[in-house]
Design a binder for this molecule. Structure first.
Ligand SMILES: [Zn+2]
Length: 374
């Protein structure tokens, strides 16, 4: 069939009028062309609810609603962060990406006819965009209409949606299918509840590339998997004595962050990445090497990234704190780093840094207690 033909026309109401005030602003600022005719949001006319958006996007693009919602939860816990980008340049609840190596934002714009600016900040457009990209993967994989109704058959399309290399793509798809197996109970920023019922899943992994190989264990911390960052994203060796650990929050998903550090365009990395749901850890840079995570503090520190977004406490789980604290204790003992807040610091506390992570929702008291308890 022709690729990505929506099964139904778009139902999202579109306003076409340009208010006088917006027109005056456009004239005053010399805006012409498409920017000047862009439709401003109409006050008092809220868009569809997120549940409605999942339902209409699922129907239009023939993607199971629960697959769409599980992808969104895995990426963002249903928070579009008001159009602000993730670390990897991803936008909205579906994390449509526009970075030097990956362009699903632009792909979604082509597929849906929505401008990139709208896909970034409008949740309904973003969800339709994510559904269109998933459908494009289904079509390129040759999925039939019957297969598109089968949640298990979407595994390889979900893996491709990650844009990651084979092993990390499977990690991403496994996360989505874990969510489908256990169910999701999430809350959108405006308080709307979004659920995905738990179901039996038997994902079709055969077509997602070679048989899943388990990532090797980390040479520095045996409880972690070892997935090396791209050599462009760190330096071999250290120019200074290692004396501190820097705590970060990824501003992105676990698999998405691992994928980003594998990407030579990123020019950033961390030694370790910790997963929100269960505290799973992946090491990406050896302790003896210099990861790019905290500017002038890079040479003297180890960086630990925690999956999540600083403004959403739902990512900061007990499992993540405990697993990260055990890692920090191990690293501190091994490298002679004191167990205090002068040597175990937040990215925001590293000299010469403008980042705000781990942010106000990171519970330092609990974390340091767990670190000291060992
Ligand atoms: Zn950071």
């Amino acid at each position: 069939m022709s690729p990505h033909t929506p099964e139904r026309g778009r139902s999202r109401p579109r306003t076409v009028t340009l208010s006088l005030a917006a027109a005056a602003v456009a004239l005053a600022t010399g805006l012409t062309g498409p920017a000047a005719t862009a439709t401003p949001p109409v006050p008092g006319e809220p868009g569809p609810s997120m549940n409605e958006s999942f339902a209409t996007a699922a129907e239009e693009y023939g993607v199971p609603r629960d697959v769409l919602a599980a992808v969104a939860y895995g990426e963002t816990h249903f928070d579009g962060h008001a159009g602000k980008p993730s670390q990897a340049g991803g936008y909205g609840v579906m994390h449509l990406v526009g970075n030097p190596a990956r362009h699903t934002l632009q792909q979604a714009a082509r597929l849906t006819g929505e401008p990139v600016s709208e896909l970034r900040r409008d949740t309904d457009a973003n969800i339709h965009g994510g559904a269109a990209v998933l459908r494009a993967h289904a079509d390129s994989l040759g999925m039939t209409r019957a297969q598109r109704r089968d949640v298990d058959a979407w595994y390889p399309a979900v893996a491709r949606y990650s844009g990651a290399r084979a092993g990390t793509a499977r990690l991403y798809a496994d996360t989505v299918y874990d969510l489908l197996a256990h169910g999701v109970r999430g809350t959108a920023p405006d308080g709307e509840r979004i659920t995905v019922p738990a179901r039996d899943v038997h994902p079709d992994k055969q077509t997602a590339g070679a048989a899943p190989e388990k990532a090797p264990r980390s040479p520095d911390y045996p409880d972690a998997a070892w997935v090396p960052a791209d050599p462009a994203n760190y330096a071999e060796g250290r120019a200074e004595q290692l004396d501190k650990i820097v705590i970060h929050v990824t501003q992105g998903s676990y698999a998405g962050s691992i994928s980003w550090f594998q990407n030579p365009e990123a020019k950033v990395s961390a030694h370790y990445v910790v997963r929100s749901s269960d505290g799973d850890i992946t090491q990406m840079v050896r302790d003896a090497d210099t990861a790019y995570h905290a500017k002038s503090a890079n040479a003297s520190s180890l960086g630990i990234e925690h999956e999540g977004y600083i403004d959403d406490p739902s990512w900061f789980t007990d499992a993540m704190y405990r697993s990260s604290a055990a890692l920090t204790r191990h690293l501190a003992d091994k490298h002679g780093i004191p167990l205090d807040r002068q040597h175990i610091i937040g990215h925001s506390e590293a000299p010469g840094n403008d980042h705000t992570d781990p942010g106000e929702h990171w519970d330092w008291d609990t974390y340091m207690e767990l670190v000291r308890e060992g």
